[in-house]
Design a protein around this ligand. Structure first.
Ligand code: HEC
Length: 139
């Protein structure tokens, strides 16, 4: 028969594994979002998000300065607005022929993202990583 101590140890181990599983899945790393940004957004919005990418010259309207999103929203990063903008690209409502393929942003596990109204919204991991990254470049 197993000793109670042994059970406690196994419980602890299972707990540790659970915590590990959660932390690796829930919070995409910043460099993950940075890479996604560089690949899909930087050509227009610029390497640092200020709207001065290579493809931005002469574009009307000009690509937005993505580092000012929070400032222009009373200091709060407008998660829902960014989501709907990217969603618009995905549905072909925004952007022209030079829009890159954003389909890959919707692949992967769903992770919870808190939108402006405090609701946790299941969001594809690449998109969540992109949002988290954009939030870090706000000034
Ligand atoms: C082909 C150029 C281009 C690419 C690529 C591009 N954008 Fe944009 N984006 C624009 C332009 C132009 C605007 C401003 C015009 C408009 O609002 O439709 C804009 C506006 C936005 C806005 C709205 C800002 C506001 O004030 O609400 C957000 C957010 C945004 N882009 C995010 C992104 C993200 C995230 C990516 C990468 C997944 C991306 N964009 C890729 C051209 C681009």
């Amino acid at each position: 028969m197993m000793q109670p101590k042994m059970f406690a140890m196994m419980g602890g181990l299972a707990g540790a594994v659970l915590i590990l599983a959660c932390t690796t899945q829930d919070m995409p790393e910043n460099r993950e979002g940075a890479a996604i940004y560089a690949e899909n957004c930087a050509m227009c919005h610029g390497a640092t998000g200020r709207g001065n990418g290579e493809a931005a010259a002469g574009m009307t309207p000009a690509p937005a300065d993505l580092t000012l999103l929070a400032r222009d929203n009373g200091g709060a990063f407008p998660v829902s607005r960014v989501l709907s903008q990217v969603d618009g690209y995905l549905k072909g409502e925004k952007g022209g022929d030079d829009m890159p393929e954003f389909g890959a942003l919707l692949e992967g596990d769903l992770v919870p993202v808190e939108t402006d109204d405090g609701v946790m919204t299941p969001t594809p991991r690449p998109l969540a990583a992109l949002l988290a990254y954009l939030e870090t470049v706000q000034r």
